[in-house]
Design a protein around this ligand. Structure first.
Ligand code: PTJ
Length: 252
């Protein structure tokens, strides 16, 4: 179990998230690099005021519309995503009818299996990407992240990612897929290359998306896709950057 943080601590939430990741590291789910990646995210979250800004909420709504309007959406899961919001990712996949695929930068059979097990313990029925087959890969990626499941990422029309590297995001976009990324850094290559960028912490973005997707689930596909076509990702990213630039955050 992760160490308990006193509830009254002024930075309770932030410390609890760190504790979860350290626990994930001890269990072999998170890699040490995942802690560094989290540190970068934390810094941006601090500047954003550790809250879901309007631009993120807007992106979350459009992202849910795209997921619900897609034929074959896939949610890509790595070590940090599994540790921070396993139950919620499984729930979101159910609400938007998306497949779950484990895809790791620091790939190993052992980690893939552990993450698959964790997703199943949290309610997932099918988890793709556990067995790698060198025949199925995405062009233009040099890391092991190129290997994908023949029933998942290879044929997906839309992919939802968290804590992603720019190379894979660009390669996925270049292969004709729509990419939704959750990334606290609006300047990252992933944020800049994605079809829809959600500049929010995963731990807020995914629960928000579950609620939004439930509310949108009765909408006509044409209405959902209209919202997507009207969305301007570059403009939305500018709103996030302005919040950071103007120091509008209010973290303690
Ligand atoms: O589990 P693996 O093997 O696939 O490894 C994954 C890591 C995290 C090591 C790998 O993807 C990585 O190195 O990520 P990067 O390239 O450092 O990118 C992380 C991005 O995610 C940065 O732009 C951070 O600002 C952002 N980020 C970090 N924590 C969060 C976050 N965005 C949203 N929510 C977070 N909690």
């Amino acid at each position: 179990m992760a160490k308990k943080i006193p509830k009254g601590h002024p930075r309770y939430l932030s410390l609890s998230i760190r504790e979860k990741l350290v626990h994930g590291l001890k269990k072999g789910i998170v890699v040490p690099h995942g802690l560094l990646a989290h540190g970068r995210g934390e810094a941006f979250d601090y500047l954003l005021g550790e809250r879901t800004i309007d631009a993120a909420l807007n992106a979350e709504k459009v992202a849910c519309s795209l997921l619900l309007g897609s034929k074959d959406p896939v949610i890509s899961v790595n070590g940090n995503v599994a540790t921070l919001c396993c139950k919620e990712i499984v729930e979101l996949s159910r609400v938007v009818n998306a497949k779950l695929e484990v895809n790791l930068y620091h790939r190993s059979q052992k980690r893939s299996r552990l993450i698959g097990k964790m997703l199943r313990r949290n309610g997932a029925i099918i988890v793709l990407g556990i067995q790698s087959d060198p025949r199925f890969f995405i062009e233009g990626i040099s890391s092991d992240r190129k290997f994908v499941d023949e029933k998942g990422l290879i044929s997906a029309d839309t992919v939802l990612l968290g804590l992603e590297d720019g190379d894979r995001t660009e390669a996925l976009v270049n292969s004709g897929k729509k990419v939704i990324s959750v990334d606290l850094n609006p300047l990252s290559r992933t944020s800049q290359a994605s079809t829809i960028t959600i500049v929010d912490n995963l731990v807020r973005a995914i629960p928000n998306m579950i609620n939004i997707a439930r509310n949108l689930s009765n909408w006509d596909k044409s209405e959902l896709l209209r919202l997507v076509s009207e969305f301007d990702n570059k403009l939305n990213l500018l709103h996030s950057m302005n919040i950071i630039r103007n120091g509008a955050g209010s973290s303690t």
